[in-house]
Design a binder for this molecule. Structure first.
Ligand code: CMP
Length: 138
């Protein structure tokens, strides 16, 4: 059964022109794009999205970064989508990411790390519903 996950091409990647290459890598790996939209988000919206990290020392800087410019919100579908996207993304810190992964190729730091992907089924469900209405998921 296909599984859905949620992903963001982050403001650093949109700003430096790598969004198209990242999208091509994701689509080339067999993910179906269920929904996609480019938009800017407010600091408040970023804080709600990353609420699980609100006690972390990087919370303020992360939410400022995520609201610093346009990003691309996506819902992706394939068999084993959640784990496969995390593999394609590489480690959170690009310094530790495997060769060929999105973060190895396109990320510049642990914070400005080009792409986000849900880490589990429950977070994927929360994150999809946070950014997309049911009628947008086709
Ligand atoms: P993401 O997968 O979107 O989930 C949480 C984000 O917080 C992560 O990617 C990074 O952008 C950021 N992050 C995680 N750890 C750190 C850290 N130690 N310092 C700064 N930002 C971090």
């Amino acid at each position: 059964m296909p599984q859905r996950t949620f992903s963001i091409i982050k403001p650093d990647a949109v700003r430096n022109g790598s969004a198209g290459a990242i999208l091509a890598q994701v689509a080339g790996a067999g993910f179906r794009i269920v929904a996609i939209k480019k938009q800017s988000i407010s600091k408040h919206e970023a804080e709600g999205f990353y609420a699980v990290h609100r006690e972390r020392p990087f919370f303020d800087s992360l939410t400022t970064f995520m609201s610093s410019g346009p990003l691309i919100l996506m819902v992706l579908e394939k068999e084993n989508a959640i784990a496969d996207l995390r593999k394609l993304m590489g480690a959170t810190n690009p310094a530790n990411a495997e060769e060929g992964t999105v973060r190895k190729k396109f990320a510049s730091s642990i914070q400005e790390n080009a792409i986000h992907g849900s880490d589990a089924e429950d977070t994927a469900a929360f994150e999809i519903a946070y950014w997309f209405a049911g009628y947008e998921l086709i």
